[in-house]
Design a protein around this ligand. Structure first.
Ligand code: PLP
Length: 277
């Protein structure tokens, strides 16, 4: 992807997310993506996971005071052009993140509403979902749920979203929580028409009646660990570089498609995206 140079200084992006020891998702995916796209990455680690290609073997939320100190340290001194949030673990960390992003008037906030890993481990406590809707989503320029996450945020059943038109309706419903844009990712869509393409839907507050579809040929691979983190952090990087939302989403979709194409079978289970430019 083309990097837009900005006069004077390097664009900066902050990721507020969890650590994946396996290097494929979370903070590690975010920082690798920022680096690939020419953005200086900073981080606040919300929790640790002991994780590999086979599964999530342990999750330890970080002390809330340590998350606060990390975000304060970065934003009070270095500042940022864009922010991505990922695994936030608990209601306390969701609320703290929202408070500090308000305090520093951060812009270009991309919320990846991470709830479950592909292996089925809970990465967000159940009672944190409503805090995410009421505290964090109103601040978001973009929220990037997949279908299971959208259903959790809306209180819908996964069987309610079986088509691109149902995805569009769900994306529009998510605008009620106040994000400026919603990107609903259709990778989980179990639909005949979607079998050969992976379709994502973008809707915006500016004109909710309009929706944009982003599609890419579906790649037959199980090695998709970190896909969601990579998409959200690529969008964040492109926003930090000064792109408009539609262009940032399209560029991130192409970047992630390329990363999935070159995904590697690390370990015995689900391999990770390899972030090759
Ligand atoms: N681990 C961490 C720390 C994450 O943030 C995420 C997703 O955002 C995952 C694991 C899940 O990755 P996947 O579902 O792609 O395996």
């Amino acid at each position: 992807a083309a990097v837009i140079p900005r006069a004077g200084r390097v664009p900066i992006a902050l990721t507020i997310a969890g650590s994946d020891s396996g290097g494929g998702a979370g903070i590690q995916a975010d920082l690798k993506t920022f680096q690939e796209l020419g953005v200086f990455g900073t981080s606040a680690i919300t929790g640790l996971t002991a994780q590999n290609s086979v599964g999530v073997h342990g999750i330890w939320p970080a002390p809330v005071s340590s998350v606060e100190a990390q975000i304060e340290a970065v934003l009070s001194d270095i500042g940022t052009d864009a922010v991505k949030t990922g695994m936030l673990c608990s209601v306390e960390i969701v609320k703290l993140t929202a408070r500090l992003l308000r305090k520093y008037r951060s812009s270009h906030i991309v919320v990846d509403p991470v709830t479950l890993s592909k292996h089925g481990s809970a990465l967000l406590e159940g009672d944190a979902v409503s805090a995410m809707c009421t505290e964090l989503l109103p601040l978001a320029e973009l929220v990037t749920p997949n279908i299971p996450e959208a259903c959790l945020l809306l209180g819908w059943q996964e069987s309610d979203i079986r088509s691109v038109s149902a995805m569009t309706e769900a994306a529009r419903s998510l605008l009620q929580y106040g994000p400026r844009h919603v990107l609903l990712k259709g990778g989980h869509l179990d639909d005949q028409a979607a079998n050969e393409t992976a379709i994502d839907v973008l809707v915006s507050q500016e004109d909710p009646s309009r929706h944009l579809l982003f599609s890419a040929p579906r790649i037959a691979t199980v090695h998709t660990h970190g896909t969601g983190c990579t998409t959200a952090s690529a969008i964040t990087a492109f926003l930090a570089l000064g792109m408009q939302m539609e262009e940032a989403v399209g560029s991130a979709k192409r970047f992630t498609h390329q990363a999935i194409s070159s995904a590697v079978p690390l370990g015995a289970g689900i391999g990770s995206l390899w972030h090759a430019a």
